[in-house]
Design a protein around this ligand. Structure first.
Ligand code: NOJ
Ligand code: CA
Length: 708
């Protein structure tokens, strides 16, 4: 690792700084520029430019504060400042993620630290740190240790993002507890966060904030700049929603509150997450950006050899489609779990789990997730009560010991499921016991879940208390050498760099909505990489082959809103080191030729090329398998058919490759003919082009194996 830091420390005599000085921070190759100043009123302001075009106009920064614990108002920290000192440096180094989309990541930015001090008697100090990369800007606030600011509360952060116009925007409504919304695509002036609400059938409807939208917020300007606003390294602080003023296109930070309306409780020295603005004139650069990862801290886990990207199947989709149930009895009228009477519909039986283990073993799938294995599911949903689950008591028809023996014999890993039903206080009490139980029975990975309102009551999924909880889970699972996949947590902010055992999160509207709701629009998967996935991998659960749900019950009208081939392409376009083959073994067995792609596809990569992309329309990505010569391509489109013509110039020169192309059938169409696909083979090299037709709502997956 090479690290070059040139540190320039500029000390200014305070007396000379009464007039506003603008500091210009150029990115290493002068593509992005940030400007910072403290104006005449002593207010900090910043601007951002891309190739000299304004991206963010003059925007304010600062805080409204309260005393802790009285919660009485404290003078705000947003004006009356002087710049007392400026430090600048340049970083240019590389690092290797434990797993990821590429083998090596370059971290190249110019940093300025502005040390501000209040002009009045309080003389409180605030540092604002800017890091300017060639594809964007990160800035954060730091409260240094000081006499007049120690234990305090943040009532509001007053950071603004002053946009330059009425951009096209990909947004979901602000909600303190859920991100499981279908994104809307409108101009900023048409953002109406109270619309689109009804599409979140499992939202809690208690914390929707009509005036805000969530990040990552993706925008496109009418001069074709792509802008993404999000945050990095969300630690000990609430998530940031953005409220929009349609008169001037100013987005203002709106932090998720606790029951008292307080946003964060801090003790100096303290720092906020980074606010990120990623910008380019190419949509592909947005998807390739590593800025959010670079703004996170290196891995805190020293020995990472036990952390392994993987594919898995699960006793899971069959519950979502109504073939079986999570619960064992259907009703909870027994005082003792062992007295429950079986309904005969329970999914997580020993025999059924063995069936999945056999399927995984036969097809070289690494793991089997089992949901509904522990008692409590008769009574888990929509209750807002504690102690529903204990995470160590299996239902009588789930033989944990035998299954652990059987899985080991078959060389398959069982994946644990901890649904907390929002009772996080119960979970916190039981985490050690639950993880010890996992280790005893050979489980190395857990999927956690936070469906429902949070206990402690008054806390929200995206508030400071829960942010700290997710980190406790990441740290504690790491201490047991356990990998974790979180459902219904806060959206990701790149913390998988620091905790690489935190393989993935859901934190958006997953494929499951297609099983039991009006589903995800055909453009959904072309938007998610530009929004939710900017912060990190998503457990989207691709790979549904049985597209229409009337197969399970003729009355059902639900369906997956893609073709079968597009479900394959998602293994490439929806990056995650943890990929589920989400459909039922019996559905795969009918299409083993198409399932071959899921068997072959890698989950960890040495290289990634974003070939073409337009948010809401299409994405084509090629990735090179870790430690191998094999490449895989995924290409998806929205509701419109599309012809792709891919240049294979990324392949090794002079080598031949066998391309297997999993394409939409001739008359395929997500609505009327979604399961039609054609598989063809072709020998190619780095001078070849691949032409494929994508159906409406369709896609294409390609595996490229080097021929020896
Ligand atoms: C919602 C999760 O997203 C889903 O994967 C899980 O099956 C259910 N909760 C039950 O925990
Ligand atoms: Ca969910």
């Amino acid at each position: 690792m090479t690290k070059k830091i040139i540190s320039v420390c500029l000390l200014f005599a305070i007396a000379h700084l009464t007039k506003s000085q603008t500091y210009t921070i150029q990115s290493p190759n002068s593509i992005v520029k940030a400007e910072f100043l403290v104006n005449k009123k002593g207010q900090p302001e910043y601007r951002v430019y891309f190739k000299n075009k304004a991206v963010i106009e003059s925007s304010s920064m600062g805080f409204e504060l309260k005393e802790n614990p009285s919660l009485k108002d404290m003078p705000p920290m947003k004006d009356n400042f002087l710049v007392s000192r400026v430090d600048s440096s340049l970083a240019n180094d590389t690092w290797q993620p434990v797993w990821g989309e590429v083998k090596t990541i370059r971290n190249n930015f110019r940093q300025y630290i502005f040390h501000l001090i209040e002009k009045d008697n309080l003389q409180r100090r605030l540092n604002i740190i800017f890091r300017v990369f060639d594809d964007g800007v990160g800035f954060r606030y730091e409260f240094p240790s000081q006499k007049n600011l120690n234990v305090f509360a943040v009532a509001d952060e007053t950071t603004q993002f002053h946009l330059t116009g009425n951009h096209k925007t990909f947004w979901i409504p602000g909600d303190f507890d859920s991100n499981e919304f279908q994104p809307s695509v409108t101009n900023l002036s048409d953002v109406n966060a109270s619309d689109g609400k009804e599409v979140n059938e499992i939202a809690f409807k208690t914390s929707i904030d009509n005036k805000t939208v969530q990040t990552p917020l993706m925008m496109k300007t009418n001069n074709a700049l792509y802008i993404n606003i999000h945050e990095a390294a969300l630690v000990d602080y609430p998530a940031m929603n953005l409220s929009l003023n349609k008169n001037n296109y100013v987005l203002s930070s709106t932090l998720v509150p606790d029951a008292y309306g307080i946003k964060a409780y801090l003790i100096a020295p303290a720092k906020t997450p980074w606010r990120t603005i990623i910008v380019s004139d190419k949509a592909t650069d947005i998807l390739a950006s590593k800025t959010i990862l670079n703004l996170n801290e290196p891995s805190k886990i020293k020995n990472t050899t036990w952390i392994k990207p993987m594919k898995f199947v699960g006793v899971w989709w069959e519950m979502h489609v109504g073939k079986s149930t999570w619960d064992y009895a259907g009703t909870q009228d027994a005082s003792n779990a062992q007295d429950l009477q079986p309904s005969g519909r329970h999914g997580a039986t020993t025999a059924n789990v063995k069936r999945y283990i056999d399927f995984a073993a036969k097809n070289k799938i690494d793991g089997v997730l089992v949901e509904g294995w522990n008692t409590g599911w008769e009574d888990w949903f929509g209750k807002w009560k504690e102690n529903v689950f204990d995470f160590i008591t299996p239902y009588p028809d789930f033989d944990v010991k035998e299954l652990s023996r059987y899985a080991r014999l078959k060389n398959v890993k069982l994946i644990m499921h901890h649904e907390t039903s929002g009772a996080v206080s119960s979970y916190e009490r039981q985490m050690d016991t639950a993880y010890r139980f996992m280790k005893k029975f050979g489980y190395d990975a857990v999927k956690t879940g936070y469906v429902g309102r949070i206990i402690p009551r008054g806390e929200h999924h995206d508030g400071q208390w829960m942010i700290n909880h997710y980190l406790r889970v990441a740290e504690k699972t790491a201490s047991y050498n356990i990998m974790v996949d979180m459902h219904e947590p806060v959206r990701s902010t790149g913390l998988h760099r620091t905790y690489p055992n935190w393989l993935a999160s859901e934190a958006a509207r997953g494929n499951e909505f297609n099983a039991w709701s009006k589903g995800n629009n055909p453009d959904h998967e072309t938007i998610l990489p530009f929004t939710r996935l900017m912060g990190g991998p998503m457990d989207y659960t691709p790979g549904i082959f049985q597209i229409k749900m009337d197969k399970y019950d003729p009355k059902k009208t639900e369906q997956v809103h893609t073709t079968l081939a597009k479900q394959l392409a998602l293994y490439i376009t929806m990056y995650s080191p943890l990929q589920m083959a989400a459909d039922l073994p019996e559905n795969y067995e009918k299409h083993m030729d198409a399932f071959q792609f899921i068997k072959d596809v890698a989950v960890d990569w040495d290289d990634t090329r974003i070939i073409e992309a337009e948010p809401g329309d299409y994405i084509t990505i090629a990735r090179k398998a870790k430690g191998k010569q094999d490449w895989f391509i995924g290409s998806i489109t929205d509701e419109n058919a599309r012809d792709i013509n891919i240049n294979l110039d990324f392949l090794d020169k002079g080598k031949k490759y066998m391309a297997i192309i999993y394409a939409d059938g001739k008359d395929a169409d997500w609505k009327n003919n979604p399961m039609s696909y054609i598989i063809s083979k072709q020998t190619v090299d780095n001078t070849s082009r691949l032409s494929v037709k994508l159906a409406p709502g369709g896609g294409c997956a390609v595996s490229l194996k080097q021929v020896k």
